[in-house]
Ligand binder design. Structure first.
Ligand code: PMP
Length: 521
């Protein structure tokens, strides 16, 4: 790719006419004109193994979704102001999956490849905050409500923005502060950039706004911030110190942009139960990890015992690429949102064609057993990655994940466990040269992300493992490592060191000075 004039024109014209900061992958971008299953094809017909696209959940160019949408477009595509038989069917199916009983804790710490070492930094250093106004209102179920009401929207951002509106309606002006996880991304609207440390502490970010409180993300690999209850107390207290009250907490049940982090066993349960007792509305953002990708359960929150959110937001795979997203909540919260009398309307959200796509996705997922497939292939791939880590432990610090939602943490050496973003990016580029597509993520951009379409099979896992093995064995020579090491120093000085300082400053703000007693799990 790259030589043809069609490619050259597409690149030049895009650079000229398209928003200059619109995300584009790879040093030399790819022109992709076709997709099938877990492969993408460039303009010359060259196939690339797609290990990243978590939107084309059932695979690229899925015929059943395409036919369902196409047939619906030929018949009718209108908004949800009319009755249509598909809508209640879809709502019933989706809500049923959310209310299914949770799996026993699937995110055992064994899922983090190398276990933990180092320090535990979470601490219950703050006094408990004063009673939350909401705690004097109707009783809040300690186990979490049944999720019986659905709103259909067009994107993950819309779903999370709607969650904010529901929280505001339900908890009122006394509880406008929101807590989020370190490294989190929840969407591209102004309100959600403010809830996304990934962006506000990332390049070009404007920093944390006073109504937002950041829970230091657990880092099981380095043994940091592992106590959910201490984290909850710290953010509750931080909101009070800032002159407000927490109304909501947004969290992915397995963190994606945060660096493919599997939360330690019991962490979210403890965090949820503490926050819930203060009336905080608990939002599970399942935009990336939902719909069976994790293998062990259909929804991320169901991989953790005792975790029942008040609101679940979903998107990406829900329509296999057709714009559809959703929010599910309890009758009580939906009632509070509706109470002032303002109607909710969304032109494209839940359109007849979008619901046709959603129904087709659920049908194929279930019929083809893709959740179980993700579990089996994911385990196989994870064990292959662990074997690679054994051999290349000076570069591959940790491998972790659930199902087909995996991460490979690249470090400068196994003793220091320092983040190595330049090396991670170099691996990504070398893998692309070998026609395997990966991405990098995490606050330090040093975690290689694996989240392919769920039709990714054992054969594809072998290709990925073999190519990654060759890159590490043959291409990452001492010379290359030397060059990358210089680049790591430069990047740390210019970008990641200052970012790290912001995260550490936040920990100090929440947990007090470093000589305060540290809570242990
Ligand atoms: N939440 C999470 C966890 C996401 O990863 C994303 C998108 N990357 C969003 C929300 C926003 O979704 P969308 O891009 O569909 O607005």
């Amino acid at each position: 790719a790259g030589a043809g004039t069609e490619y050259g024109d597409a690149l030049a014209t895009r650079r000229q006419l398209y928003g200059p900061n619109t995300s584009l992958s790879y040093e030399q971008p790819l022109m992709i004109v076709r997709g099938h299953g877990t492969y993408l094809y460039d303009e010359g017909g060259v196939p690339y193994l797609d290990c990243v696209n978590n939107v084309s959940h059932l695979g690229h160019g899925n015929a059943e979704v395409a036919s369902a949408v196409c047939a619906q477009l030929h018949t009718l595509n209108t908004n949800s102001r009319y009755l249509h038989p598909h809508l209640p069917t879809y709502a019933q199916q989706l809500l049923k999956s959310l209310n299914a009983s949770a799996a026993p804790d699937a995110n055992a710490s064994c899922c983090s490849g190398s276990g933990s070492g180092g320090r535990l930094t979470a601490a219950a250093a703050q006094p408990p905050p004063p009673p939350h106004p909401a705690s004097q209102g109707p009783a809040i179920p300690s186990e979490g409500p049944s999720l019986d009401v659905l709103y259909l929207v067009c994107s993950g951002s819309e779903a999370n923005d709607l969650a904010l509106r529901i929280i505001a309606a339900a908890r009122g002006p006394a509880a406008t502060h929101i807590a989020v996880m370190g490294g989190a991304y929840h969407g591209h609207t102004s309100a959600l950039i403010a809830l996304s440390p990934y962006k506000f502490w990332g390049s070009g970010g404007a920093g944390r706004q006073p109504h937002v409180h950041v829970v230091p993300c657990p880092d099981p690999y380095r043994g940091e911030n592992l106590d959910g209850r201490a984290a909850a107390r710290a953010v509750l207290a931080a909101a009070v110190r800032a002159g407000g009250r927490l109304g909501g907490f947004f969290c992915e049940s397995v963190l994606s942009c945060g660096g493919q982090v599997v939360l330690p066993r019991g962490y979210l349960r403890d965090l949820y139960s503490e926050l819930r007792s203060w009336g905080v509305v608990l939002v599970a953002d399942e935009v990336q990890c939902g719909f069976g990708r994790l293998g062990a359960a259909f929804w991320g929150f169901q991989t953790q015992e005792g975790v029942r959110p008040d609101i679940v937001t979903m998107g990406k795979p829900i329509g296999n690429g057709y714009p559809l997203a959703a929010l599910a909540t309890s009758r009580e919260l939906a009632g509070a949102f509706a109470a002032p009398g303002m109607e909710y309307f969304n032109t494209y959200g839940g359109s007849t064609a979008a619901v046709a796509a959603g129904l087709a996705v659920l049908r194929v997922l279930q019929r083809d057993g893709l959740q179980q497939h993700a579990e089996r292939v994911g385990e196989y791939l994870l064990s292959g990655l662990r074997a690679l880590r054994e051999v290349h432990s000076d570069v591959v610090g940790d491998v972790r994940g659930l199902g087909l939602f995996l991460g490979v943490e690249v470090v400068r050496d196994k003793e220091s466990r320092r983040h190595a973003p330049a090396t991670a990016r170099w691996i990504k580029e070398r893998m692309k040269a070998r026609r395997v597509l990966l991405s990098t993520d995490g606050p330090y951009d040093n975690v290689i992300k694996i989240k392919p379409p769920l039709v990714f099979g054992f054969r594809e896992a072998d290709v990925l493992l073999q190519q990654l093995g060759e890159v590490l064995r043959r291409e990452l020579t001492p010379d290359v490592r030397q060059r990358l090491s210089q680049r790591e120093d430069e990047l740390w000085a210019a970008v990641y060191g200052p970012r790290h300082a912001k995260y550490r400053e936040n920990e100090r703000l929440l947990y007090g000075s470093s000589d305060l007693p540290r809570a242990r799990l």
